[in-house]
Ligand binder design. Structure first.
Ligand SMILES: [Ca+2]
Ligand SMILES: [Ca+2]
Length: 191
């Protein structure tokens, strides 16, 4: 396995997302189950009827994301992505971004999906209530923390798809503590 090229700060950030998005069943790895748990959470917080179109489409997208994540990250091919494998994948991703390449396609799909999950009303902007709903109800981040994080990332405006993408990339790539994107997934306790 190649060396981790992320700084300590960047490593903490990617591990934070690992824990928020996938640490829910506390087995210390990401597996297919985590994606099935995620779709049920989204259905609950967004009010999607189970087995309705949005549910089915969301599930299909998440399982595609899982397949691709596995392809990129599951180095020992045990159908699980460990924390080390996760960090290594982001390190590789950072290297290719530094070499002027875009994020891999599956990442773009993941980012778009997360935007759509956040934009409950479907008007192509995320407002503070939408942001708070997703991160509180689906991921258990306290409401006050969600609101504070939104103020930090939003610059007083709703978040468009373009801004979301910028924040996402900043979160995973930037080594700057002052970057707005650092607050995309709540308030990290190490900033
Ligand atoms: Ca593995
Ligand atoms: Ca919206």
């Amino acid at each position: 396995m190649a060396e981790n090229q992320l700084s300590e700060f960047q490593t903490k950030k990617v591990l934070r997302v690992f824990n928020i998005l996938y640490g829910k069943n506390d087995d210390g790895v990401i597996a297919k189950d985590d994606f099935l748990i995620a779709i049920d959470k989204f259905c609950n917080s967004l009010g999607w009827p189970k087995d309705g179109d949005q549910y089915n489409k969301g599930k299909e997208t998440l399982l595609l994301i899982w397949d691709d994540l596995k392809k990129y990250a599951d180095e020992n091919q045990d159908d699980k992505v460990s924390k080390d494998e996760w960090v290594q994948m982001w390190s590789d991703c950072l290297q290719s971004v530094k070499n002027g390449k875009p994020f891999p396609e599956w990442q773009q799909r993941f980012m778009q999906f997360m935007f759509e999950v956040n934009d409950k009303s479907g008007d192509n902007e995320i407002d503070i209530d939408e942001y708070t709903t997703v991160w509180n109800q689906s991921y258990g981040i306290p409401i006050e923390e969600c609101r504070e994080a939104f103020h930090k990332i939003s610059d007083g405006k709703n978040i468009t798809r373009e801004v979301f993408e910028m924040l996402w990339i900043e979160y995973f790539v930037s080594n700057e503590r002052a970057a707005r994107g650092n607050y995309l997934f709540g308030i990290p306790d190490f900033i």
